[in-house]
Design a protein around this ligand. Structure first.
Ligand code: NAD
Length: 492
């Protein structure tokens, strides 16, 4: 308890605003960072901001701890608990950083400017302008893939942002309340209480697990008349869910879903969506394809990532990006191929890794080291330059100055020897419902695959330790305790 209190006290102290933050120096290079997600924030955390004139641009003025987003859709965790204001992150830097809440709409690598639009609802406010950069980091993430399937954009909910989680939470309760409305027909009740999740990646699996928990632990208690009518179906085009996990954990997940009464439809691809139905094509063991129409009340679409328009537009301006499809191709220092002053991290970059939070945050931390080093070596280079000029002016001290130059050059060589980016995979974790999780972790050069209740505790503690701040950590723990003690809130 003493340790916990001390930790908490330190956490609260650490949140204090430093008084000694100094203003950015406009004569320094403009380092423009697009985004406030995993890549951008982990770069900002480690960047020595006093070396540059740092400008952050993002339409979202907070960092979102995405691993707990599925828990937000059912109220196990409240949304504010997993948001950290970007202002509070920036306030802790030694030199101030400018932040503009806006979307980057176009990047012009020739003129070295970014066009931005603040999409403000305030009438008369200026909303479109340009920001010049010397160095640019693109960390804008990706958008939801729909593969052009008709009806998806209009009728389904995604699960990427806080707004999506809030919309899902409202929609679940809307379906429940409408299903119990006076004189509702049995077919309509069945449709409204059919929750369909498309995509058996970690997002779809975690959401389906959380949703079934919400129903089993709470909704059923408050609305007993629908207890045998609520149904969750997970649709996946491939032969199994969670393809990034080992066979043993895939089997464990599928068995757990069976126990939880979540229906998994594998080898089934959704082809069309209407306001009330999903049309899916199932491939049988004999290769025969059959079309099914499934009525639904809530449809959550979790089929992975697609390239954002601003990134696609930038790629079209760079000939070296011609063959890249999934995002900005980068080299081993995360420099966008075909450019010298643009870097990319996370889901918008193609560096040969899966588009995960873990990859993005390691890339961001790498760029911070790279930029800190670049600033240091530039400072030494200018010292060497000054010393070399003084060599001619002070002929008496030649030997001494030459020695000093040599020492600086040695230091410079050491600093400049920065190794290329290398990703260290620490493992994959996913919650699968009914207080169970699956984990493929690498530890001490070994790989461990575990699933179950203990893994769930591991999942909880791992996610808790990854939360951005002590404030977030405390809020998440309180939310967990609250939903355990009082149940989740079933109000809309
Ligand atoms: P994903 O790309 O991992 O999975 C999407 C799934 O949807 C695929 O299996 C695909 O076969 C399926 N699909 C695509 N079109 C379909 C269709 N028309 N009908 C039926 N199924 C279809 O997507 P995700 O789960 O959103 O994850 C995105 C990235 O984020 C991944 O790299 C993932 O590893 C990472 N992530 C990790 C975690 C975690 O580690 N716990 C959680 C969430 C996301």
């Amino acid at each position: 308890a003493i340790g916990g209190t001390a930790y908490l006290a330190y956490g609260v102290y650490d949140q204090k605003h430093p008084d000694d933050q100094f203003e950015p120096d406009p004569t320094k290079k403009n380092l423009v960072i697009l985004g406030t997600g995993w890549g951008a924030v982990s770069l900002l955390k480690k960047l020595d901001t006093e070396n540059y004139n740092v400008i952050v641009i993002s339409p979202r003025n907070y960092f979102l701890f995405t691993p707990l987003l599925p828990s937000c859709t059912t109220g196990t965790v409240e949304h504010r608990s997993i948001m950290e204001p970007i202002r509070s992150i920036l306030r802790h830097k030694k030199a101030a950083v400018k932040y503009y809440e806006a979307e980057a709409t176009k990047i012009d690598p020739e003129r070295k400017i970014v066009a931005i639009d603040d999409n403000s609802d305030i009438k008369g406010a200026s909303n479109k302008t340009e920001v010049a950069y010397d160095m640019l980091v693109v960390s804008v993430g990706a958008e939801n893939a729909t593969f052009g399937i008709p009806g998806v954009k209009e009728h389904s909910c995604f699960l990427k942002e806080i707004g999506d989680a809030q919309q899902i939470r409202k929609k679940i309760m809307d379906c429940v309340e409408t299903a119990t409305f006076k004189d509702q027909s049995p077919e309509e009740v069945e449709r409204l209480l059919h929750m369909v999740v498309v995509g058996g990646g970690p997002t779809g699996v975690e959401f389906a697990g959380e949703l079934q928990d919400f129903f089993d632990e709470d909704i059923k208690k408050w609305v007993p008349e629908i207890s045998d009518k609520f149904k969750v179906t997970l649709i996946e085009a491939l032969p199994n869910v969670l393809p990034m996990f080992s066979k043993q954990l895939i089997d464990y997940t599928e068995a757990t879903f069976k126990e939880e009464k979540i229906t998994i439809m594998t080898k089934t691809a959704v082809k069309k969506v209407t306001d009330k139905t999903v049309e899916a094509e199932a491939t049988g063991p004999d290769g025969k394809k059959t079309l099914q129409t499934l009525p639904y009340g809530l449809l959550v679409w979790a089929t992975g990532n697609a390239v954002r328009p601003v990134v696609r537009d930038l790629m079209s301006q760079i000939p070296a990006q011609k063959d890249s499809r999934r995002g900005l191709a980068v080299n081993e220092y995360l420099v966008v191929q075909g450019t010298k002053d643009i870097w990319a991290t996370g889901d918008c970059a193609v560096a040969g890794y899966a588009p995960t939070a873990q990859v993005a945050s390691q890339e961001g931390a790498f760029l911070a080291r790279l930029f800190n080093t670049m600033a240091k070596s530039e400072a030494i280079e200018s010292q060497i330059h000054d010393l070399s000029s003084s060599l001619n002016l002070q002929p008496g001290n030649t030997a001494e100055i030459a020695k000093e130059i040599e020492a600086h050059e040695k230091q410079l060589r050491r600093i400049k020897d920065i190794k290329p980016f290398h990703y260290t995979h620490q493992g994959s974790l996913a919650y699968i419902g009914s207080e169970r999780a699956v984990a493929d972790v690498s530890w001490l050069n070994g790989n461990f695959a575990t699933g179950g209740g203990l893994t769930y505790l591991f999942w909880r503690s791992a996610y808790l330790s990854m939360c951005f701040s002590t404030r977030n950590r405390v809020l998440v723990v309180l939310d967990w305790l609250k939903s355990k003690a009082f149940g989740r809130d079933v109000s809309r």
